[in-house]
Design a protein around this ligand. Sequence first.
Ligand SMILES: Nc1ncnc2c1ncn2[C@@H]1O[C@H](COP(=O)(O)OP(=O)(O)OP(=O)(O)O)[C@@H](O)[C@H]1O
Length: 356
Amino acid sequence: MDLKIRNIRKDYGKFPALNGVTLDIRSGELIALLGPSGSGKTTLLRAIAGLEFPDGGQILFGDKDASRKTVQERNVGFVFQSYALFRHMKVFDNIAFGLRVRERSRRPSEAEIRRRVLELLDLVQLTGLEGRYPAQLSGGQRQRVALARALAIEPQVLLLDEPFGALDAQVRKELRRWLRKIHDETGHTTVFVTHDQDEAMELADRVAVLHKGDLQQVGTPDEVYDQPATPFVYGFIGESTALPVVVRAGRVEFEGQALPVPASEVSDGLARLLVRPQDVELVDAASGVVMGDVVAMRRSGSNRRIDICVGADRSRIEALVSPQHEIAVGDRVGLAFRRHALFPDEVPVAAAARAA
Ligand SMILES: Nc1ncnc2c1ncn2[C@@H]1O[C@H](COP(=O)(O)OP(=O)(O)OP(=O)(O)O)[C@@H](O)[C@H]1O
């Protein structure tokens, strides 16, 4: 089942939670809605589910307009962060619930329900635990029951809202891999919400990045990481620091000095040169693109993080180097950038940083 989201708007009071979002989700795709808190991810997921009616726009399930259809009519499976299992029901009955409450004409026989529940228990690797109550399960197991329950109704679309949010890091990682496997086995169109970029990048076929109700970019994990469409995406996915620059007559200048960086499509005016820490190279002071002073360093996993202040504004650039790299706080270094991105800047970066 493919989904077409057309110019969806949702306002809460004067505030647009979704600002005209258009997104095509392909049949069988696993897509992540990624963004910081308050960016509109849950609102979009709830609009797809039919739990929220948008103020404008259209949602198509296949070629049919589902905008005014109820949750039941849309036949979506929904998994929330907070398990939402029925505590007084055993695992078996939790999974069977969606089938048992169907109107008689669409309800499978008890034998068929049993067959399907046992099959799902096998899929989510919980065979043998069907007689337990939710309180007798671990968080990860409960979440797997929640997924089995959502899958039981054979949904056209599976919607997951931070499904692993409440679990510890190790369990989250395991469930991620497991969810990907289940997705590949069942082939459902799946939309999941997360604010965790690693989760989105590892799990999803494509990532839709939201910011303040706007869809900033949709692409494969490689596309959003390597070709970020906006400064927000560049900053949100992966790490980066920014150098305030000026584009003048097609040249990029930092504090009056021309940098060996093409201005590309960026027109004259204030701009931001964004660099990821792993793309900052420390060279000797004379041969760098810009010069700076090492002001701090700390160990970070298998690397060393170096904070370097450059220019009169003391803009901070971060570099990631090998711990073997001989360097000390107070050293004057040259910086070269292996890769970078240049974006026009409506707000002067230095002024914004000072205001903050
Ligand atoms: N029922 C509501 N009434 C008023 N404002 C709401 C309501 N639901 C959401 N909002 C607002 O809409 C915006 C988007 O909320 P939404 O829950 O979609 O964000 P989110 O990206 O899912 O955030 P989080 O990661 O924190 O869950 C937020 O500013 C939020 O305060």
